[in-house]
Design a protein around this ligand. Structure first.
Ligand code: PEP
Ligand code: MG
Length: 580
């Protein structure tokens, strides 16, 4: 028995035999091919391409039957690229110049992929991943090496791989495959997003996985914690079976809650929004029936890529989310990077204190060359997407009133520019995140300038308690239940009430069950969290009266320590849920 830990990518618990999915290693000769062998190499490539084409045609039909025309269309695009004359011409030219068929395919596909990545046109740039997928198909077909299809995974098996590409995941039949674990990727990698969309338990970013797992060995996987146990003993097997049973029963109960409103027993209704990073997250959240998107972290579109997304690419992503939410509000947060969130396309100076430095709105506003195009481009895309539904714009990391004034001017200028150009755009509500103690303390002043507040409890906690939220050594100091944090939260909600603007919370605290009653009691209007937390918070809200919620809020504000505040909140929660 051995245990591994990866990144929790998609919830669910599963145990089953491992289906190790590795690609056979190819021996690619770098030796020049002699003139008399060149025709044979060219023939190998052409025959390989036909094999790849046949494989792709089978995949297209399978995907069309199981997953519909849209996804089948993606692979029809692959087919077009595979059979493209220019690709053929370049590979044959390389073979003619003395490269082996395999080396020619690899180099031409790699070079084209890099060119795609450099392109301005967002649609073509997105094709770089597709090209890698097509290249893999072509090179194995040219080598006459079959790679195992994921369509043949034994029933209930757990796929174990280095990574899974779009054409890999397209072959997965959810009812058949138990789940998967991969060595690479993070929560927003393609494989993680697909796992959530397919509702398959999954762990990603699990280093050492392939070395540790042999084909056919039993593994148990918990996609909520990132835990993997290889060859579990009887006790662990029983533990995972119990976890799975509880997870499934809980999920069923939670889904039935999804259709009900978040209304207290005495009739107060609050909104429960979802936090998302990508359009796929928005789609995946729909079964949980959120009241809207309370936080769309736009920075994910800017990460893991060498260039910035164009206005059109941003528009497309934002409009997709807005349309997916079908008239429910979507709070788009402008680019919030720096600190722990680097973006390759933007150069950050070395700073001694990056969390206190050029991050969030500061990076957008305060630039040595005065060029605010990153923000202006994003606002253009957001305002255009607002014409497709109910989009609100939210600015992060505000610490001074002048910033809000400046942002409103920039937003107005952007609208004027769009108007002059005759572009279609929509009305938006404009709000700010309250995530610095400075902003919380002048919330009464800020409230006069904006349409809404959203409390970023993650940063508010770290800045109030001067404890880096990612630093293990000071994790004991990072206490979201610290009374100081709650006093600031109360101040912000009161300021919102006095100015008659809604106050939401989109930090992690909004999804913590013990926090639900005191937040409700303080008068929070909207709670925004990961989709899976929605029914848990809803269950608590539906079980309480406002009186009990207010009592919990009073109790937490009167506490002297984080531990005491947590106990007060936990006792109140257990009380309304009828737990001992
Ligand atoms: C927060 O700080 O609470 C927040 C929601 O923003 P992020 O976690 O993205 O910094
Ligand atoms: Mg924040």
């Amino acid at each position: 028995m051995a245990a591994l830990k990866g990144i929790a990518a998609s919830p669910g618990v599963i145990a089953g035999p491992a289906f190790v999915y590795t690609l056979p290693r190819l021996d690619i000769s770098e030796e020049p091919v002699t003139a008399d062998r060149r025709d044979a190499e060219a023939a190998a490539f052409l025959a390989g391409r036909l094999r790849a084409r046949d494989g792709l045609c089978v995949l297209i039909e399978k995907v069309r039957a199981e997953k519909g025309d849209d996804l089948a269309g993606v692979f029809e695009g692959h087919l077009e690229i595979l059979m493209d004359d220019d690709l053929e011409f370049q590979i044959l030219a390389q073979i003619e110049a003395g490269r082996s068929a395999l080396a020619a395919v690899r180099d031409v596909v790699d070079a084209q992929r890099k060119e795609f990545l450099e392109l301005e046109d967002e649609y073509l740039r997105e094709r770089a991943d597709d090209l890698a997928d097509i290249g893999r198909r072509l090179i194995y077909a040219t080598a006459s090496v079959d790679f195992v299809s994921l369509a043949t995974v034994p029933e209930g098996a757990i796929i174990v791989a280095r990574d899974l590409t779009p054409s890999d995941t397209a072959q997965i039949t959810p009812g058949r495959v138990g789940g998967f674990a991969v060595e690479t990727g993070g929560r927003t990698s393609h494989s993680a997003i697909m796992a959530r969309t397919l509702e398959l338990p999954a762990v990603v970013g699990c280093a050492g996985l392939l070395d540790a797992v042999e084909d056919g060995v039993m593994i148990a996987l918990d996609g909520r914690s990132g835990d993997i146990v290889i060859d579990p003993d009887d006790a662990v097997t029983a533990d995972y079976a119990a976890r799975r049973k509880a997870y499934l029963a809980d999920r069923e109960a939670m889904l039935t809650l999804a259709t009900l409103p978040a209304t207290t027993t005495d009739g107060t209704t609050v909104l429960l929004g979802v936090n998302i990073g990508t359009p796929a997250d928005a789609l995946a959240s729909l079964p949980w029936n959120p009241d809207g998107v309370g936080l769309y972290r736009s920075e994910f579109l800017f990460m893991d890529r060498p260039t910035l997304p164009s206005e059109d690419e941003q528009f497309k992503a934002y409009a997709t989310v807005v349309k997916a939410m079908k008239g429910k509000s979507v709070i788009l947060r402008t680019l919030d990077i720096g600190g722990d969130k680097p973006v390759a396309a933007i150069r950050f100076p070395e700073e001694d204190n990056p969390f206190l430095g050029w991050r969030g709105i500061r990076m957008c506003l305060y630039r040595e060359d005065g060029n605010q195009d990153i923000l202006r481009t994003q606002l253009r895309a957001a305002l255009r997407a607002a014409a497709e539904g109910d989009l609100w714009i939210m600015y992060p990391m505000i610490s001074a009133l002048e910033e809000v004034e400046q942002l409103k001017v920039i937003q107005d200028e952007t609208k004027e520019a769009l108007s002059r150009e005759g572009r279609r755009f929509g009305d938006v509500k404009t709000g700010i995140m309250i995530e610095t103690p400075g902003a919380a303390l002048i919330a009464d002043k800020l409230a006069k300038l904006v349409d809404f507040f959203s409390i970023g409890s993650n940063d508010l906690t770290q800045y109030t308690l001067a404890a880096d939220r990612g630093n293990e050594r000071v994790s004991r100091c990072y206490q979201p239940f610290h009374p100081a944090v709650w006093r600031l939260i109360a101040l912000v909600i009161d300021a919102g009430k006095a100015a008659d603007i809604p106050v939401g919370m989109c930090g992690e605290l909004a999804g913590i069950e013990e926090a639900a009653l005191p937040l409700l009691g303080l008068g929070l209007d909207e709670f925004s969290m990961g989709a899976q937390s929605l029914p848990r918070i809803k269950r608590i809200i539906r079980a309480t009266t406002m009186g009990k919620a207010r009592a919990a809020a009073q109790g937490i504000l009167a506490a002297s320590t984080a531990a005491e505040a947590f106990r007060v909140a936990e006792t109140a929660m257990n009380g309304v849920l009828g737990r001992p």
